[in-house]
Design a protein around this ligand. Structure first.
Ligand SMILES: Cc1ncc(COP(=O)(O)O)c(C=O)c1O
Length: 496
């Protein structure tokens, strides 16, 4: 049941009223509601977007000290998403994750995090000075995808580091794998520390009973969601939600002020209000249709010879996890193509664009924005991708398991502020990495800034390259050279 007041959109309505009011504007932005908008831009965007691109006028409240329409819109969002308090974000989940870490960890304090966390978490570690305690996620060797950390691995990490200030999870993952948040929340509650969830890909979960439960419904203390990824807000618009009393909410507000512009875009903020209104009032019906289309796509794709669709019913470790059914991952290797090749053909020649290519896979995001025509187009394009199925994968499988994370030597923050130099890779062994090196597959970083470069890690990365994988994050993707921390006589080694 949707409370009647979820029909309201206070911020959107206020922006609309002001956009239509005639005034002499002597404030920012300089285009003065479009009066000096560059013509090619106005041709692209239309004029109304400029009329609504307004600054913090008295009626429009203040994102950092809300008492008016932003406060009202955030309260409606909290009710709709199942939170006690919600903050609108104009800089993506990226700034929400930074604020979550800044609000829970002081420099030198420990944070338990999965090794396959998103780049934004690495930035948060650099900004906060928190020390990561890495937990290996489960891994599906058949699909070569990283899953989530098991409750047992979180329990073990906390037993070893009972002083950790928080646990952070990524759920759902890019592939739609959802962590066992309920079990992990029970563990963090025993330690009385907050469970923070990077739910960038899960903003829709609260709005349909057939979807896996949202992080908040499963007991997380904080969730950060990219409303722009799976709902219909504008790109960069996101939310941070909190419940319970394990987090200092004033500190979250303070931290958000550190990582956001003092001139947040009202186009983005109003799009959050509109996306919340849409989902709270019609979300279940919209997602009914999305789930129907996803099921149809799943069936039809799996009937194409040479294609396989990721499910949780296989015998792989993935069956221990819930899968978001609106996320479609297909294995393309039976068509004799890598995921990267298929992605290029689909995008360049067949006008179908996936979200994420992998070595063997392609991942598609389905949202209420997708139509039956999109699904028909996708199926047709995949059918025409390779009329003659190829019996074997184009490349040997990379090794399934990543080496153990090497011992951290200095914190990601200390590494970021250290001088660096580039060395031939052989000479870089036993030096400290300045780079984040992540092979695909499996998408789990092997080296992070501040970690010791071991011969084992280099051998593993070379094996990935030799088997057709790619390395991301390193300046030299051939791995002939590595960027390392320049160690001086009064170096920082050992300092966190
Ligand atoms: C798992 C995960 N977390 C966080 C982010 C950052 O989200 P945003 O783009 O909204 O800043 C992303 C973006 O792709 C992501 O995949």
């Amino acid at each position: 049941m949707t409370p009647a007041n979820q029909q309201a959109a206070p911020l959107l309505d206020c922006l609309q009223t002001l956009a239509n009011r005639q005034r002499a504007a002597f404030h920012t932005p300089g285009h003065k509601q479009g009066q000096s908008a560059p013509a090619p831009l106005a041709n692209l965007l239309g004029t109304q977007v400029f009329r609504a691109d307004l600054p913090e006028l008295p009626e429009l409240d203040n994102l950092f000290a809300p008492t008016g329409v932003i406060q009202a819109a955030q309260a409606l969002a909290a009710a709709a998403f199942g939170a006690e308090q919600t903050w609108f974000l104009a800089n993506g989940s990226t700034c929400g994750i930074a604020a979550a870490v800044l609000a829970t960890c002081c420099p030198g304090e420990r944070l338990i995090v999965p090794r396959n966390a998103h780049q934004s978490l690495i930035s948060a570690l650099i900004l906060s000075g928190a020390i990561p305690i890495w937990v290996e996620p489960d891994y599906d060797p058949d699909w070569q995808i990283a899953l989530c950390p098991s409750p047992a691995s979180i329990q073990a990490a906390l037993a070893e580091h009972p002083d950790a200030k928080a646990v952070l999870l990524v759920s759902p993952t890019y592939h739609g794998i959802c962590a066992d948040i309920a079990s992990i929340a029970q563990i963090t509650q025993q330690y009385d520390i907050p469970l923070l969830v990077d739910e960038a890909h899960g903003a829709h979960l609260a709005f349909h009973p057939d979807l896996p439960p949202s992080a908040l419904a499963s007991g997380a203390d904080l969730a950060v969601q990219s409303i722009h990824k799976t709902l219909s807000a504008l790109t960069q618009a996101a939310m941070l939600h909190v419940q319970g009393n394990r987090l200092d909410r004033n500190r979250i507000s303070q931290a958000l002020q550190l990582v956001q512009s003092t001139s947040p875009s009202y186009l983005l903020l109003a799009s959050l209000d509109a996306a919340r209104q849409q989902m709270a009032t019609t979300g279940e019906a919209l997602l009914d249709q999305t789930l129907h289309l996803a099921a149809q796509a799943r069936t039809q794709l799996s009937q194409i010879p040479g294609l396989a669709v990721l499910t949780t019913s296989s015998q792989s470790p993935t069956n221990r996890y819930q899968l978001d059914p609106t996320r479609l991952t297909i294995d393309i290797t039976g068509l004799g193509l890598t995921g990267f090749q298929a992605d290029e053909i689909l995008h360049q020649s067949l006008n179908v664009t996936a979200e994420l290519p992998g070595l063997n896979t392609l991942t598609f995001i389905l949202t209420p924005g997708n139509t039956p025509a999109d699904i028909a187009h996708l199926i047709q394009a995949c059918q025409s991708l390779a009329p003659t199925p190829h019996p074997s994968p184009p490349t040997p499988h990379p090794p399934p398991l990543t080496p153990h994370p090497p011992p951290p030597t200095i914190s990601p923050r200390a590494a970021f502020f250290s001088p660096t130099l580039v060395l031939p890779t052989e000479q870089a062994i036993h030096q400290i990495s300045a780079e984040l090196i992540c092979p695909y597959p499996p998408g789990i970083p092997v080296l992070l800034p501040g970690e010791l470069i071991t011969a084992e890690a280099v051998a593993y990365l070379r094996q990935i390259l030799a088997s057709g994988g790619i390395l991301s994050g390193c300046a030299d993707p051939t791995l002939d050279t590595l960027r390392v921390i320049r160690q001086t006589s009064n170096d920082e080694t050992g300092k966190q």
